[in-house]
Design a protein around this ligand. Structure first.
Ligand SMILES: *Cc1c(COP(=O)(O)O)cnc(C)c1O
Length: 246
């Protein structure tokens, strides 16, 4: 039981952190959605967070999403997907009722997704993942190529581009982290000004346990939080995106 109480307490702390950050930059706290990053978290513990009143959750791996899917069916929630997506996993992903994929970072992936969605007569929301830190270990399209990718993906009528996503640099130097988020916001503004059909740039998915305040100050509308709610993970981040945290 203590573990579950801890999740509730952690959620309260995160909510306060979001509210304080919003206050500092004159934003409405309602304008920031909290997404629970649930990789390695058991269905029981996810359900507990959902029962506290949060509804938006996301996995990193299709296999893990599949494994937990049935256990979570009777607890109302919305699934997003935030991990690197291989084209051969698209079919399985679409079985799990995912509302939005945050990690579209290449045209062939978007095209394969379009094909499968046509076949199933479905549509999906997506975000374009941008590698704002320019670290080789991170997934995402290079910022200089992001606008071209958005233009191409915009032609795929089964996908609606809702905005952009990034993972900020893991660094103790705040300005380096902030630079990533500023870069994503500037890209968002540039794309918005193009008024592309099938593209609405309302979401900026950025900010995690360590840097959500900076992300909110720079315009995040979705913060993705795992560790600060569910505790340290048993797998290192390198298991998810080839990286050791500094
Ligand atoms: C795990 C994960 C998060 C959350 O990271 P924490 O540091 O645990 O808050 C956010 N985004 C992505 C893409 C993740 O894989």
């Amino acid at each position: 039981m203590t573990q579950l109480n801890t999740i509730q307490e952690n959620l309260r702390v995160i909510q306060k952190r979001i509210e304080h950050a919003c206050k500092r930059c004159n934003r409405d706290a309602q304008s920031v959605k909290l997404l629970l990053a649930t990789k390695t978290v058991s269905p029981d513990r996810i359900k507990y967070a959902l029962k506290v009143g949060y509804t938006l959750i996301a996995e990193n791996k299709v296999q893990e999403l599949k494994e937990k899917y049935n256990d979570l069916l009777d607890t109302p929630h919305t699934n997003h997907f935030i991990g690197h997506l291989q084209t051969n996993k698209i079919k399985d992903l679409l079985k799990c009722n995912v509302a939005c994929i945050h990690s579209i970072d290449r045209l062939d992936l978007a095209e394969k997704l379009q094909q499968r969605l046509e076949y199933e007569n479905k549509t999906i929301d997506v975000l374009i993942q941008v590698n704002t830190s320019l670290e080789e270990s991170k997934f995402g399209i290079h910022p200089d190529k992001a606008i071209e990718l958005v233009k191409q993906v915009a032609k795929l009528n089964r996908l609606t581009i809702k905005g952009l996503m990034t993972i900020g640099r893991f660094s103790a130097e705040e300005y380096l982290v902030r630079h990533c988020f500023v870069r994503l916001r500037n890209l968002r503004d540039e794309i918005k000004a193009l008024h592309l059909p099938n593209v609405c740039m309302e979401e900026l998915s950025m900010g995690m346990s360590q840097d959500l305040e900076i992300a909110i100050e720079e315009g995040a509308t979705i913060v993705r939080v795992g560790t600060a709610i569910f505790g340290e993970r048993i797998y290192p981040d390198s298991y998810y995106w080839n990286e050791q945290r500094a």
